[in-house]
Design a protein around this ligand. Structure first.
Ligand SMILES: *Cc1c(COP(=O)(O)O)cnc(C)c1O
Length: 389
């Protein structure tokens, strides 16, 4: 757990992105936070140390990133873990056997896998609901419900959950609202401002933005909850190495610039796709035809570069995936380079087929992560890949 420097909260987003959590190194004045590649810290005398004892618990490079992302989310405490899933697994250790969790039914496939294949067998129980309707969250709550998990926009269906309404429902039932904010990034959406208790990220995606590491981050405000999560971080030890913290710090310095370009490219490409295959087949919260466009505009200040397209058949999807030249066929998202994937067979392979069918996630559905290349080149690439569709 690292508490933010309070004065970092006084500047605007782009200034925070570059400076928050980072102060020139006191020994040399180095403007960049050093990579503290160490496992332990020498103590001056028995019981006298500089606040650092062993690097599982604390590392100065990690702390700089934790303060940086906490300031971007507008929260007080940041926690950096070795992956997004490691982050969520540690958050779940706030629960005890017997607790019940309500979770959105279209969350990241790995979230469902962690809950369904591992944590369920350790005595936690889960109910999956369509969190677009807050009443469905309320109906699923029991006296044992301790956490409500939502992802918004969802992957890949782009469902939007009303964060304020979800927080109210969770709090009325004495549960925490936990939000996966990976898709929007704090540049476009800050769930803590709408009442969420914990916001977390796969830092692998937009926060780092350069597709060169795996990492995760959680941010929250409550001091007691922060103490408990720090205990888990140190006790369970799903921590990153300092080089990864340093790389993500380098990434977050340009988060605001990258997100503006992802958003500009995303809007242009979504518009092109909508004209090409019909608005009803393009899922992008920034299109007026998105059924929750008004809600998206209320709680997001932009929509980013994630677009889902329904092509109807696996053959058409395969044609596009196999023909693209600038877009790369790969899992993951949020990097500077454009990626394309088929969620039902790739990221969401572990979701049972009947569930996928129920949600409308078929084998003709492709997902684009629009990077920050020249949009004209991306459009030309899609034009040739869509030939005949
Ligand atoms: C990738 C991803 C995760 C998992 O994070 P890892 O860093 O891969 O462990 C969780 N949620 C969303 C929305 C993701 O895209």
């Amino acid at each position: 757990m690292t508490r933010i420097f309070e004065d970092d909260l006084r500047s605007g987003f782009g200034t925070r992105a570059i400076h928050a959590g980072q102060r020139p190194d006191p020994t040399s004045g180095a403007i960049m936070t050093p990579i503290y590649q160490t496992s332990t810290y020498v103590q001056d005398a028995l019981g006298q140390h500089k606040g650092y004892e062993y690097a599982r618990g604390k590392n100065p490079t990690r702390e700089a990133l934790e303060r940086n992302v906490a300031a971007l989310e507008g929260g007080r405490h940041g926690f950096h873990f070795g992956s997004g899933m490691g982050t969520l697994d540690s958050i779940m250790k706030l629960c005890r056997a017997g607790d019940h969790i309500v979770c959105g039914e279209n969350v990241y496939g790995g979230t469902f896998r962690l809950f369904d294949k591992l944590l369920q067998h350790l005595g936690l129980s889960f109910t999956y609901v369509d969190t677009r309707d807050p009443q469905k969250i309320a109906d699923a709550m029991t006296p044992k419900t301790r956490q409500v998990h939502v992802e918004t926009p969802t992957n890949p269906l782009m469902w939007i959950t009303d964060l304020r309404a979800a927080a109210d429902v969770a709090h009325r039932g004495n549960a925490l609202l936990v939000v996966d904010n990976t898709f929007a990034s704090p540049y476009f959406q800050r769930p803590l401002e709408f009442g969420a208790d914990i916001v977390w990220h796969s830092a692998t995606k937009y926060l780092n933005g350069h597709s060169d590491l795996v990492g995760g981050i959680a941010v929250l405000n409550d001091d007691d909850l922060a103490t408990r999560l720090q205990f888990i971080l140190n006790a369970a030890g799903a921590v990153p190495g300092p080089f990864d913290s340093w790389l993500i710090l380098r990434g977050t310095k340009t988060l605001h610039l990258r997100m503006r370009q992802h958003d500009a490219n995303g809007r242009r490409i979504a518009q092109w796709l909508a004209e090409r295959v019909g608005h009803e087949h393009v899922l992008y919260p920034g299109l007026e035809s998105h059924p929750q466009y008004e809600l998206a505009k209320r709680q997001m200040s932009g929509f980013g570069g994630m677009i889902t397209v329904e092509l109807g058949t696996k053959e058409r999807a395969a044609q596009v995936l196999n023909r693209v030249r600038i877009f790369s066929l790969a899992e993951s998202l949020g990097g500077v380079e454009s990626l394309i994937s088929l969620p039902a067979l790739m990221t969401h392979a572990s979701v049972p087929p009947d569930k996928k069918a129920e949600m409308g996630m078929g084998e003709g559905m492709i997902r684009l992560s629009c990077g920050v290349e020249e949009v004209e080149d991306l459009l030309a690439d899609l034009e040739q890949a869509f030939e005949g569709i």
